[in-house]
Write a protein that binds this ligand. Structure first.
Ligand code: ZN
Length: 503
């Protein structure tokens, strides 16, 4: 068989896999938004069936035959060409999928579909005992998955690699150590500062329909295309791409809290802009897909924090907010609003945490996940270990499991190994902002004028359109000139909060 023919067949299969995966994504989106509760078992069967189909397709011996024809051929001579990237990444996926038994893939899909509903019920009732057997089942399945995939140092590496190719638990632990050493004294200084913001402005009672209108207008302003996307409500905000021209965001709003809905939307918009910015010519192949969850979170946390919590952004957005919420914000200056949305507090809830304490929340989850997957921690002891983590790293004890170990949906969805990607994304986002600023001139002036197109174009060129051409670390280095480095994140936080709080 000639390499050209083998490549055409391989890409044809990859594009068909993407069609099956898109069907599963749509079913999952529906499950989180409009599906009636009575459908949960049938939906689990549907998703398990598709997971089995995808597993069979991704581990088919035919893929191994096609890869064998291609590897070593002149088609792959340029390692950064689309053909070389696609073959390299299809090989990576094939190696992983062929090691995971079909029954395990189906079991994970069926179990997590049901577990998400059990988690939601347990969280509502503050009843960890109800969720415990489901979590125990998921941890056992993920440990099986790690054992099947294989690892050198820690079974956690096998799970982390699925979200952040090349990342290792030991490196993540070192990153957290370094960040924690910088953040803890900064948090102490901010919380101890005599100058503090008034946060009353965030809690004046903002009608949900106006919050929706404002969030949508901000999403449009920064470049999210609603002709190719949607924004709906869900218990836990997320973003999913169903296929070309169909990127869906969800969020939730609270009348007594202006921050949660708005910054939730800006976060998901960052994910959505990445998905809308992928190269359509490479749709259904690795060159047309996001490279990792860390890079994905770099885009969401970029728009949520680096831009959304900047003074420049509120120079632009305050006027719009005043119109939408009139007359509630008539007495509020951009400076006051900017200070209010950058309040810092030790709180038990990750999704409401400020950007300075946030990475301590993900650190706590990372430690627990490693302990669960290595077997050092029993699921029955999770509530106690959770509270212990909050005492050690944030100096507080959650009042309930609802505000403690039941707050996140990730584990019920089988997403163990995901939390560190938020912190990696934060690190990358600060590097990207610095690099974009060097290339684009006065970024603050552009943002304050509502001119987001140059910045979005820069991200499209340096990140979105690159697909999986580079590993995450290499992508960051190509885009910014430096390998992943937490220095710019810490320096940026220090600069901003020193000025705001007169440190
Ligand atoms: Zn995210």
């Amino acid at each position: 068989m000639l390499p050209d023919a083998a490549y055409a067949e391989l890409i044809g299969r990859s594009r068909e896999d993407a069609l099956v995966a898109a069907c599963a994504s749509l079913l999952e989106w529906d499950q989180e938004t409009y599906m009636p509760p009575g459908a949960v078992d049938a939906r689990g069967d549907q998703l398990a069936f598709l997971a089995g189909q995808l597993h069979d397709r991704a581990s088919a011996p035919r893929i191994g035959e096609l890869l064998a024809v291609l590897e070593g051929s002149s088609l792959l001579a340029d390692a950064e060409s689309a053909s070389a990237v696609n073959v390299r990444e299809i090989r990576r996926g094939y190696e992983r999928q062929s090691r995971i038994p079909r029954a395990l893939a189906e079991d994970l899909a069926r179990t997590t579909a049901r577990a998400q509903q059990e988690w939601a019920g347990a969280r509502a009732d503050n009843d960890f005992a109800r969720f415990r057997p489901w979590l125990a089942r998921i941890v056992a399945l993920k440990r099986d998955e790690a054992a099947c995939v294989g690892f050198v140092d820690s079974p956690y590496d096998a799970l982390l690699d699925d979200y952040e190719p090349g990342a290792r638990a030991a490196d993540v632990a070192r990153l957290y150590d370094a960040i924690r050493a910088e953040l803890v004294p900064l948090i102490d200084a901010i919380i101890g500062a005599s100058r503090q913001p008034s946060v009353e402005v965030l809690h004046r009672g903002y009608a949900i329909d106006r919050q929706q209108a404002f969030a949508r207008s901000m999403a449009e302003a920064v470049g999210f295309d609603f002709a190719q996307g949607r924004l709906d409500l869900s218990v836990h905000p997320f973003c999913t791409r169903i296929g070309p021209g169909d990127v869906r965001l969800t969020t939730r709003y609270r009348e007594d809290d202006l921050e949660e809905g708005l910054f939730g939307v800006l976060h998901e918009v960052g994910h959505g802009l990445y998905e809308q910015g992928l190269d359509p010519a490479h749709d259904g192949t690795p060159m047309g897909e996001a490279v990792s969850l860390g890079v994905h979170e770099s885009q969401s946390r970029f728009w949520e924090n680096r831009i959304g919590r900047s003074r420049a952004f509120w120079g632009f957005a305050t006027g719009h907010a005043r119109v939408v919420f009139a007359p509630l914000l008539d007495d509020v200056s951009p400076d006051a609003f900017h200070f209010a949305i950058n309040h810092v507090a030790r709180t038990p809830i990750r999704v409401r945490a400020d950007e300075v304490t946030y990475n301590l929340h993900t650190l706590i989850r990372f430690e627990l996940e490693v302990a669960l997957i290595t077997g050092a921690l029993d699921v029955a002891d999770v509530p106690e270990a959770w509270n212990d983590g909050y005492r050690r790293h944030l100096g507080l004890t959650p009042a309930t499991d609802r505000d403690g170990c039941l707050q996140d949906s990730h584990w019920s969805a089988g997403l163990i190994g995901y939390f560190p990607t938020y912190t990696l994304g934060d690190v990358y986002s600060a590097q990207l902002l610095d690099a974009a600023g060097r290339d684009l001139g006065d970024l603050d002036a552009q943002i304050a004028a509502g001119e987001f197109a140059p910045l979005l174009d820069w991200l499209r060129g340096h990140v979105h359109r690159q697909g999986q051409r580079y590993t995450p670390a290499a992508l960051v280095e190509h885009a910014t000139g430096s390998p992943p480095d937490h220095g710019p994140l810490i320096a940026g936080l220090r600069r901003k909060y020193t000025a705001l709080y007169d440190l």
